[in-house]
Design a protein around this ligand. Structure first.
Ligand SMILES: Nc1ncnc2c1ncn2[C@@H]1O[C@H](COP(=O)(O)OP(=O)(O)OP(=O)(O)O)[C@@H](O)[C@H]1O
Length: 298
């Protein structure tokens, strides 16, 4: 008999996933699977659900939650060399990575998509010693996801990110950055920078319209620190995915970036990694090509 391990975060998104547990078990059992379920009881629990997995014990792992939950799952899988295809159920708020894989947002349809078994090998980013699936960011807006009250996020969904973002605009503070890739070195003051594996983050789904998750490249997008009236129009362009040629944008593609703050007195806050708090600058970011097998609807 085949075996599937489901790990779910009951607090992700609008908390609806637990209502679909019976549907999940029903569909997988009918497809000939024995189902093993792990419920994350508290923040940081997810890796426990993948402890001591024996090689060949499972045929499929399914993670139901947002990007933060998926991040915890893939970190544990890659650290422990668990080479089992991963299905992602977009039960979070933004679900940027699942959106890029075109996974259906209706849960039952998503279960069926996983059962269809279309597997894709995807690139995985690494920031310092942690893996990320989707994004590593810093500056304005990147702390939004850490500051949003969970209730606010659960009720308002993606809108919560936008509202919190607007609330942060008056706090705009440039970060003096040095960005080093294999090819070039750039020094520039920026308000925000993102290093993306897929096309979007935080529900902005066209931040890096050229990105694909198996091209061996990460996309660096930064907004230069300029007076607000100069960059106001840029935000509309960003929503439409038409910002890459704008003079106030830095856009790079590479598989390695070093991001440093050039002013030692400046506190660059924390970075954001897949919507959760990440390390302080400096950041050393690399890409591991086609490192993980995931179920996709592409
Ligand atoms: N039982 C739990 N109760 C509260 N928080 C949890 C629990 N299990 C995991 N977490 C925490 O939830 C966070 C991840 O949330 P997740 O990203 O899945 O949902 P989201 O924030 O709603 O969605 P998205 O990241 O797509 O916007 C992680 O910080 C994780 O440690």
């Amino acid at each position: 008999m085949k075996k599937v391990k489901l790990l779910y975060n009951p607090m992700s998104g609008n908390r609806r996933f637990p209502n679909f547990l019976d549907d999940f078990i029903d569909r997988f059992q009918r497809a000939g699977y024995e189902v093993n379920v792990f419920r994350s009881l508290k923040p940081g629990d997810i890796p426990i659900g993948l402890e001591n997995i024996v090689e060949d014990e499972y045929d499929t792992i399914v993670a139901a939650g947002g990007d933060g939950t998926v991040n915890e799952v893939i970190n544990k899988m890659l650290e422990d060399n668990i080479d089992i295809p991963l299905g992602i159920v977009p039960a979070g708020t933004a679900n940027d990575f699942a959106a890029h894989l075109n996974m259906p947002f209706e849960f039952r349809e998503c279960f069926d998509t996983i059962l269809k078994g279309n597997i894709k090998e995807v690139d995985i980013g690494k920031v310092n010693d942690r893996y990320f699936i989707n994004v590593c960011a810093g500056g304005l807006l990147s702390t939004v996801s850490h500051e949003i009250d969970r209730k606010f996020k659960n009720t308002l969904g993606k809108m919560a990110y936008y509202l919190k973002g607007i609330e942060q605009l008056p706090k705009l503070k440039p970060i003096p950055l040095k960005i080093t890739t294999k090819e070039e070195k750039i020094e520039e003051e920026v308000y925000l920078f993102l290093i993306l594996n897929s096309q979007g983050a935080g529900g902005f789904n066209k931040l890096a319209p050229m990105a694909t998750i198996d091209d061996g490249l990460l996309e660096f997008v930064a907004v230069k620190a300029r007076p607000l009236h100069e960059i106001a129009a840029l935000f509309v362009k960003i929503l439409q995915g038409e910002h890459l040629n704008d003079k106030n944008i830095i856009y790079l593609q590479d598989n390695y970036f070093k991001v440093e703050c050039t002013d030692s007195t400046y506190d660059p806050h924390f970075s954001d990694v897949d919507g959760e708090k990440g390390p302080h600058l400096p950041l050393e970011i690399s890409l591991e090509p086609r490192k993980l097998s995931v179920f996709a609807n592409l």
